[in-house]
Write a protein that binds this ligand. Structure first.
Ligand code: GAF
Length: 366
């Protein structure tokens, strides 16, 4: 018998423009899928075994298609988690060979893990010939992340990886069930601007407990305020919370929700200065009220602004990872140089800088 055909799929990383730590608070978020992708080649097997190779790891992994949480760890958990989550949703995989390669930097806060999960989910569903809407695939991938990998993340990263659209940001209402995804044209390039990513290379791990702690603090606040979603809190909520730490977390969620709604308007109206000013205000709130920044991220933002960026902020979960800056095209190099100089002065590892553009979500490539 002929071997089953090999198919090729891919899914992108993401940059969140604004709306940070709101996706688990029922707030609005505004990510873009980026032009850095994870490629997944897949071929079905009929012996109940799944084998996976990745250019990120020296060793391949192998497990049964009946895999359960806890059986596979490390990078393999992203693959096993998806196989498990698909099976739980009624889409069992008979076995597969999966080959993963990626140019989404890992540990940079650009959702390399969601790119793997969504690429593998798209590849396995495509191979077994099941057509599942992108938002639903994103939620299956999120389930893999939450219940298999064990990170209590929201749905933003997987939604960006599945629903991304070239030239568009995604305005996502995470309070809706299922989340509502509205593509908004995002064409700063035509107006002479670029979106620069500064990968600080400071260690970033969502699994280290701080992310879960922020989430728990938000849950506590919502409970105290009698709200289903903390993002629905009015300004008076800040006065009703006594604990100063929880109060600051609530202040971030309320002000970030307002900033994100203003940012969507600014994006639609091509008000770039306004959008960028909101970026910078978001960073201050994440640094001072939500306390998820890092010295490297603060320096990346300050250096970008000093060198002519219109606005800058950390992006993603924080505690390291990447910052973004909206910069005039002819200042992009100077911004990168200034950031590198300030990092050298602070004796931080050399950061990586590169430009990104809004790109398509997961797709079949061959
Ligand atoms: C990480 C999480 F995975 C997202 O769900 C989101 O909460 C983000 O941090 C913060 O906005 O990327």
């Amino acid at each position: 018998m002929d071997a089953p055909p090999v198919g090729r799929w891919s899914a992108p990383g993401r940059v969140n423009l604004i709306g940070e730590h709101l996706d688990y608070n029922g707030g609005p978020v505004l990510p873009i899928a980026i032009d850095r992708r994870t490629d997944v080649k897949a071929r079905l097997r009929d012996d109940g075994r799944v084998r996976a190779w990745s250019d990120l790891a020296e060793h391949s992994i192998e497990f049964g298609a009946d895999v359960e949480p806890g059986e596979v760890t490390d990078w393999g958990a992203y693959v096993a988690g998806v196989v498990w989550s698909l099976r739980e949703a009624g889409h069992p995989v008979p076995g597969a060979d999966v080959v993963i390669s990626s140019d989404v930097p890992t540990g940079a806060g650009l959702s390399s893990s969601a790119a793997i999960e969504c690429g593998v989910a798209a590849a396995l569903l495509g191979s077994i010939g099941v057509d599942v809407p992108p938002v639903e695939v994103a939620l299956l991938a999120q389930r893999a992340e939450n219940d298999y990998v064990g990170v209590p993340s929201g749905s933003m990263d997987q939604l960006a990886a599945m629903c991304g659209a070239e030239g568009h940001a995604l305005f996502i209402d995470t309070a809706a069930t299922p989340p509502k995804v509205d593509p908004v044209p995002a064409d700063w390039t035509a107006d002479g601007l670029r979106l620069l990513v500064i990968d600080t290379r400071a260690s970033h791990s969502l699994a280290d407990g701080e992310y879960a702690k922020r989430r728990a603090e938000c849950d506590t606040a919502a409970e105290q305020l009698g709200l289903k979603h903390l993002a629905d809190a009015g300004l008076d909520a800040v006065l009703r919370i006594e604990d100063p730490v929880i109060k600051a977390r609530v202040r971030h969620v309320i002000t970030e929700t307002a900033r994100t709604r203003s940012a969507v308007r600014a994006l639609r109206e091509r008000q770039w200065n306004q959008l960028a000013t909101l970026f910078t205000a978001s960073h201050a709130s994440l640094r001072d009220d939500f306390e998820v920044s890092a010295p490297e991220l603060d320096i990346a933002v300050d250096a970008s602004l000093e060198a002519g960026a219109l606005g800058a902020r950390m992006t993603g979960g924080g505690f390291g990872g990447s910052a973004i800056a909206l910069v005039p095209a002819d200042r992009a190099e100077a911004v990168g140089e200034r950031v590198r100089a300030m990092f050298a002065h602070a004796e931080f590892a050399e950061p990586r800088t590169f430009m990104v553009a809004p790109a398509a979500g997961a797709r079949r490539d061959g």
